[in-house]
Design a protein around this ligand. Structure first.
Ligand code: ZN
Length: 178
């Protein structure tokens, strides 16, 4: 029994060690990294890019980056407000402004990050078109309720972070003077 346990532990340790090597360093994505490892080789390119978009498009890195920067600069907000159309990611009531932080792929941004995979393109096109239509509808609804709507794109955040934050903050300050 003991030797069984030892060999089991040994297997486990080297198993994890292998993953950490494969994925680089120990980080908060460790779990996804572990999960993804087995699948990676079996996934088609399209599936992988879908996975990436899904991960990128979630309430993770880009939204958190924007929230942190705004908070640092003294702006206070609520997040993911369900009562408002489209459940905006960031709601700044004092400025009567909502912010959507959109993943380029899912929300059909006109940038190269958002290319539709070649296989199954009709499926993707339908899905993304539906998102784009919903985004447009939500913006109209929010505007008619008196909200100023800012859309921030993933690619802007990734490539021009400081400028994007500065421009959001300028827009917010302008809202106070209206
Ligand atoms: Zn983009």
């Amino acid at each position: 029994m003991l030797s069984y346990l030892i060999s089991f532990l040994d297997f486990h340790v080297s198993f994890h060690h292998l993953h950490f090597l494969k994925c680089g360093i120990l980080n908060s994505n460790q779990y996804n990294c572990l999960k993804g490892y087995h699948m990676a080789d079996k996934l088609t390119k399209e599936h992988r890019s879908w996975n990436m978009s899904r991960i990128k498009g979630k309430d993770t890195s880009i939204e958190v980056l924007v929230r942190k920067a705004l908070f640092r600069d003294g702006f206070r907000f609520r997040k993911n407000v369900k009562q408002l159309p489209g459940k905006p990611d960031i709601v700044l009531s004092k400025y009567k402004t909502v912010i959507f932080v959109h993943g380029c792929f899912w929300h059909g941004h006109t940038c190269k990050e958002a290319h539709i995979p070649k296989s199954n393109s009709e499926f993707w096109l339908n899905k993304i078109t539906r998102n784009v239509d919903n985004d447009k509808k939500h913006t109209e609804q929010l505007t008619s309720l008196g909200w100023h709507v800012i859309t921030v794109w993933e690619c802007q955040i990734e490539k021009h972070f400081d400028e994007t934050i500065a421009s959001i903050e300028n827009e917010l300050r302008d809202q106070l003077n209206k």
